[in-house]
Design a protein around this ligand. Sequence first.
Ligand code: S3P
Ligand code: PEP
Length: 432
Amino acid sequence: MNVTITPSSVRGTARAPPSKSYTHRAILAAGYSDRTTVRDALWSADTRATARAVDLFGGDVERHEDGTLEIEGFDGRPEVPADVIDCENSGTTMRLVTAAAALADGTSVLTGDESLRSRPQGPLLEAIADLDGDAYSTRGNGQAPLVVTGPISGGGVSIPGDVSSQYITALLLAGAVTDEGIDIELETELKSAPYVDVTLEVLEEFGVDARHTDDGFAVDGGQTYDPVGGTYAVPGDFSSISYPLAAGSIAGAEADGVRIEGANPSAQGDTAIVDIVDRMGADVEWDREAGVIEVSSASLSGIEVSVADTPDLLPTIATLGAVADGDTHITNAEHVRYKETDRVSAMAEELGKMGVETSEEQDSLTVHGSESRLEGATVRGRDDHRIIMSLALAGLVADGETTVEGADHVDVSFPGFFGMLEELGVALERRE
Ligand SMILES: O=C(O)C1=C[C@@H](OP(=O)(O)O)[C@@H](O)[C@H](O)C1
Ligand SMILES: C=C(OP(=O)(O)O)C(=O)O
């Protein structure tokens, strides 16, 4: 599907979709439990991939119309899957499920789409091998397809922290149900660190104890996943909130801008987007207790911002920077190159088609904003949900129409994205 956006101003109320990161963890944690009800779960292509893995491990995920998932777990000991586990486009699924597969008494095979089969899995495979499991890439290049044989019983591992925090999350979730637990020593500084805090928060809610140590993280073995009252509720997603928030900041009607509901505080690092648009000059208020953000546009100025903790915000910030006056310097961005696409280059090249100048280095992206309007253009979504959504936002303030190709991929994290834009008053057309 291609989507053509006509420049529009936005006003009205948007509701944050549930968090993808919390939903993945909740589905797998529920799999490790006896039985759990997960309320307000995100049901998207990525989270469905995690649910399918839980089914293949011997659990059962049933979804009710209201978004509640009733999950019968495999109770800490995954069965050997009867089929290949297809993680599709989801890095989180592949990492979390690889470590779960290492608990099974036999061999699991994991694969994914072309994008996922190009992302790095080597450090996690080596960690499993250090724990006396057997884990390898069929092509010997550290990328999926992956073959994982367990069971592991726990122990100590050392792992780099600057490739993906998801390796740590995966080992903590699985480590709790090993015999010995897992002690993780970080070899390099941790990037995307708040995502591990999200994991610790979910583990705590499921009654599992895991902790920071002097040189990394640790989880004791022999624990049981058992949330209070047998239920867990997923909070709103701040990576997704970044889109209506940025839309309101660049195209919000002055008198009555955009109101975002479901914006309750949690461990998500991407809550930083509220501060970022504020620093750029948007008129924004966040009532944390009510979980409501209100934003309207003002003229924005470029800023310097590190995405070490918040890689998923880079595409949104790049679009904000394109509209702002002056340079927006996005630093500590190397790990953003290991996502569904190399998002640093993807945003530089696609915004370039809209007349935006950028300078790219391995670890940073500088967007040279100017007061002249962006040019409407046909841009490639690169089969990457965040690139698609961020380019669609740029289309709100371009001169003329902007067509985003391959826009269906928003289904990965925000299936209702274009419907939300329409409700905010955006004129757009979908073409198959
Ligand atoms: O654990 C998670 O839920 C995520 C961690 C981050 O990845 P990395 O840790 O690989 O940077 C983030 O980019 C991804 O969208 C979700
Ligand atoms: C990188 C992302 O997710 P994942 O790593 O799960 O593919 C994302 O949602 O932007």
